[in-house]
Design a binder for this molecule. Structure first.
Ligand SMILES: NC(=O)c1ccc[n+]([C@@H]2O[C@H](COP(=O)([O-])OP(=O)(O)OC[C@H]3O[C@@H](n4cnc5c(N)ncnc54)[C@H](OP(=O)(O)O)[C@@H]3O)[C@@H](O)[C@H]2O)c1
Ligand SMILES: C[C@@H]1O[C@H](OP(=O)(O)OP(=O)(O)OC[C@H]2O[C@@H](n3cnc4c(=O)[nH]c(N)nc43)[C@H](O)[C@@H]2O)[C@@H](O)[C@H](O)[C@@H]1O
Length: 322
């Protein structure tokens, strides 16, 4: 890919989009385009179409979405279904109309059936029913994968879908009601540690569910490298999993983060909150055969993310869904 290719990163201020922006800048890409949601609401079809006519991107990376953890997904099914379909439909169709040659769509491991064999292979898509806490989001993402596949099949363009596992890292959402588990744990253990040190009374941490589900976590800067790799290479197929190929229980994750943060109190489990899918370990062999592999260990990634949290915690805002 030429270093002056006009690359539009939708969602360039989010955790994933900002990591992709930094990775592309570091490689010398000099013609990056970004718009915030207040500058360009991607749910607005005519505004998106006008933007494509004016800016004429040659490549589009779709990292814009309505994103949240298990509780947000379960509480706001309509927004997770409808906003994601609106955003991706406008981006994908405008790209096709504007003759964008390469499009990278980002989905999520929750597109696979809840009880599929593990590890999850790309061909398991649409072979069973989805996990109910996030089926709305998953259905939107599946339509995005299929739209890119249809364009590839019908028009022969290089439109591909990458399915990342659960991600974490700098610029994650640390809001305790809408976030994913890893940033929530960092914030909860840190706050309890600070409170215990001040009050000299051991403060417990309350986590959700049973702690028994298993999850796989990928450091977002590794995902950004995978996206750059996908830009620089032409893939044979339309759908590729992106992960580490390793998982652990939520309880083990809690113990790891508790150790890194330095909290020594009790962990309580709130059984009134959902567990979600029991396991969603990615089979990452297809991406590895293409030539890409994750580099950052979970412990190293959590240490870096905790350091980032310490440096930025004063600027966190509440992330509301309305
Ligand atoms: N986080 C994960 O664990 C995870 C796992 C697998 C896949 N992914 C995928 O990665 C992508 C990015 O996720 P993320 O974690 O980076 O989410 P994020 O931090 O919440 O960022 C989402 C971005 O989308 C933009 N956006 C949302 N609604 C918009 C709208 N109506 N118009 C314009 N822009 C809009 C936001 O723009 P503003 O900031 O300008 O409002 C924001 O930059 C998503 O496709 C997601 O499915 C994430
Ligand atoms: C990557 C995303 O993953 C999401 O699923 P999913 O891994 O269950 O989402 P998470 O919110 O990361 O939760 C993962 C697991 O951690 C448990 N958990 C424990 N304590 C907490 C906590 O304080 N906060 C949170 N958030 N969880 C917690 C939660 O019950 C669940 O079993 C999907 O809903 C999305 O659609 C998307 O696919």
């Amino acid at each position: 890919m030429r270093l002056n290719t006009r690359i539009y990163i939708a969602g360039h201020r989010g955790m994933v989009g900002s990591a992709i922006w930094r990775a592309l800048e570091a490689k010398g890409y000099s013609n990056l385009i970004g718009r915030t949601s207040s500058e360009l609401d991607l749910r607005n079809q005519s505004a998106v179409s006008d933007f494509f006519h004016t800016e004429k991107p040659e490549v589009v990376i779709d990292a814009a979405a309505r994103v949240g953890g298990i509780l947000a997904n379960n509480t706001y099914p309509y927004q997770f279904l409808m906003e994601n379909m609106q955003i991706q439909n406008n981006l994908i169709d405008s790209s096709l109309q504007a003759d964008v040659q390469k499009f990278i769509f980002l989905g999520s491991s929750c597109i696979y059936p809840k009880l599929a064999s593990q590890p999850l292979k790309e061909e398991y898509l649409l072979t069973g029913t989805l996990e109910p806490t996030n089926e709305w989001y998953a259905i939107a993402k599946i339509t995005g994968v299929k739209a890119c596949e249809a364009i590839r099949k019908q028009f022969g363009k290089d439109y591909i879908s990458l399915m990342p596992t659960n991600l974490y890292g700098p610029f994650d959402n640390f809001d305790l009601t809408t976030s994913h588990v890893l940033p929530a744990m960092i914030r909860k253990f840190h706050n309890a540690k600070v409170f215990s040190e001040k009050s000299r009374v051991s403060e417990p941490v309350e986590l959700w569910g049973s702690g028994s589900p298993m999850r796989e976590f990928l450091y977002v800067e590794d995902l950004a490298e995978a996206v750059v790799f996908a830009l620089d290479n032409q893939f044979r197929d339309n759908l590729y999993n992106v992960g580490t190929g390793e998982d652990l229980t939520i309880r083990e994750l809690a113990e790891l983060i508790q150790k890194i943060v330095g909290h020594t109190g009790e962990i309580k489990w709130d059984a009134s909150k959902p567990d979600g899918t029991p396991r969603k370990l990615m089979d990452v062999s297809k991406m590895e055969q293409a030539g890409w592999k994750a580099k950052t260990s979970l412990e190293e990634g959590v240490r870096k993310t905790y350091q980032w949290f310490l440096e930025h915690q004063d600027s966190f805002k509440e992330v509301k869904i309305d």
